[in-house]
Design a protein around this ligand. Structure first.
Ligand SMILES: Nc1ncnc2c1ncn2[C@@H]1O[C@H](COP(=O)(O)OP(=O)(O)OP(=O)(O)O)[C@@H](O)[C@H]1O
Ligand SMILES: [Mg+2]
Length: 456
């Protein structure tokens, strides 16, 4: 993308400056030639555009080659980026040879396209120069004829020829620019393809702000799947009162995170509706919906910046005390103070210099600082050691008071206190109820629970 945009702007810049000086020269020389001899001027004017025809004919051929070239260049950059980004995996699985082979294959194709593109584009100039020389000869012959017949003097012919020469030069340059522009256009076509890509989930034009959220959430007959021919969630119904704690449990891949994605409207439901405060979430702005949720997820999202900036991400105006308080609640304060610059320690993109658990604690502190009316904790403590987890759980429990929360957890001991436990399997709710009820029911939940505590 960057290479394409560069190519495009370079082509345009070169194209337009040359085009501008070219047009000025053509206009000026035309004026002088006409003042010397209008008849021969007409000959010149009629013959010169032939060079442009020749140029555009070749340019059409070069366009396809430039197009292939920029596509292959993109492919090569993508491969390099992926391989460098996943260097560790690459080395761990000994994939170097294959990666090298893939690189060389694409590089070979790129070489072929570039060679042809350069070849075609560089024959343009000689071809147009040839045409111009023919024009020059034609002017010489008609001019000589005119001198013999006494229409003009030798001096006039000499200066006319010199002007004709000046006049055809810009055509050469412009034809050179045409190939440059072809390259720019080939790149531009790829850029426009991306720009024209439809935005799938746009806010409705009459979308309203979601205000005064108490935390009433409803899923009505929701069906959803990522791929059309794959079934995942079907006729899912759930009503959550403000302040309720909903726990979602179930085997890996059963659709827990998918439900969260639907609540946050990262995806739209296929049928049915998700409602917050009795309002279909498709009728409210995405921004107002999401600011009402606080999320801590399996995977952590950190940006490059200091630890302080990362904690205050959702509330940049927060005071120092509030930030430290939130970090303490999340039990992150201790490790932050052990970092070389404390809260000012810079962390790399995606928290490069932190452990997985530390990253998660930072994400927890971030939510503790914002305190939105609704919470989503999807395996929020999956990377934290059990002792710290217990403490963080307590902080969560305090935070969840009076807030609607959705908790996804594999360790069932962490969700015993929930108001509703949804036991999911293959996208459906299998059981629903409080911990004790579900245990007494002796169903799938009891089985899951007992399997975790069999040894104890
Ligand atoms: N972006 C996606 N595109 C296509 N299919 C997906 C996508 N994300 C998840 N799936 C599929 O949807 C199903 C449910 O995935 P989901 O992430 O909801 O599982 P989960 O219950 O959160 O599992 P886990 O406990 O491992 O986090 C899985 O079978 C998965 O393959
Ligand atoms: Mg998940």
């Amino acid at each position: 993308m960057i290479a394409d945009v560069d190519q495009f702007s370079e082509g345009l810049l070169m194209g337009f400056t040359q085009l501008f000086t070219g047009i000025m020269t053509i206009g000026g020389t035309l004026l002088f030639m006409a003042s010397i001899n209008p008849l021969i001027t007409v000959v010149v004017v009629l013959l010169t555009p032939i060079s442009l025809f020749v140029a555009s004919f070749i340019a059409k051929k070069t366009f396809t080659m430039f197009r292939h070239q920029s596509e292959t260049r993109g492919e090569l950059t993508a491969l390099t980026d992926e391989m460098l980004g996943n260097m560790k995996i690459l080395q761990a699985f000994g994939y170097q040879k294959e990666a090298q082979a893939r690189f060389e294959e694409i590089n070979g194709r790129l070489e072929g396209y570039s060679l042809r593109a350069t070849f075609f584009s560089s024959i343009t100039n000689p071809a147009t120069r040839f045409v111009n020389s023919v024009v020059y000869a034609a002017v010489g012959i008609t001019g000589a004829y005119g001198v013999i017949r006494g229409f003009m003097t030798v001096g006039q012919l000499t200066s006319f020829l010199s002007y004709a020469n000046q006049y055809t030069k810009p055509f050469n340059e412009i034809s050179g620019v045409v190939t440059e522009l072809q390259n720019a256009l080939a790149s531009a076509a790829r850029v426009f393809e991306l720009i024209d890509e439809e935005v799938i989930l746009q806010d409705k034009t009459d979308a309203v702000e979601l205000k005064d959220v108490k935390g009433k959430v409803e899923l009505q007959n929701v069906s959803f799947s990522y791929a059309p021919d794959q079934r995942l969630i079907e006729n899912f119904n759930l009503a959550v009162e403000p302040g309720q704690r909903v726990a979602i449990v179930g085997p890996t891949g059963c659709g827990k995170t998918t439900i969260i994605n639907l609540l946050m409207r990262f995806y739209d439901v296929k049928s049915g509706a998700v409602k917050v405060e009795d309002r279909d979430i498709r009728d409210v702005t995405r921004k107002s919906l999401r600011t009402n949720y606080g999320m801590v997820l399996q995977e952590t999202w950190l940006k490059s910046g200091t630890i302080r900036e990362n904690i205050a991400y959702g509330r940049p105006e927060a005071s120092e005390e509030a930030i430290i308080q939130a970090a303490k609640e999340a039990h992150a304060h201790g490790f932050i103070m052990r970092m070389p610059q404390g809260y000012d320690t810079p962390i790399g993109e995606d928290g490069g210099n932190l452990s997985q658990g530390q990253k998660q604690l930072l994400c927890i502190a971030r939510v503790m600082l914002c305190l939105p009316p609704m919470l989503i904790l999807d395996e929020a403590t999956s990377s934290i050691d059990t002792r710290t987890e217990l403490r963080v759980q307590k902080a969560f429990a305090r935070m969840m008071e009076g807030r609607t929360s959705f908790i996804v957890a594999h360790r069932l001991s962490t969700i015993k206190e929930a108001d509703v436990i949804l036991v999911m399997k293959d996208g459906k709710i299998l059981e629903k109820g409080r911990h004790e009820e579900l245990l007494a029911g002796n169903g799938f939940y009891a089985e899951l629970y007992n399997s975790q505590f069999a040894k104890a």
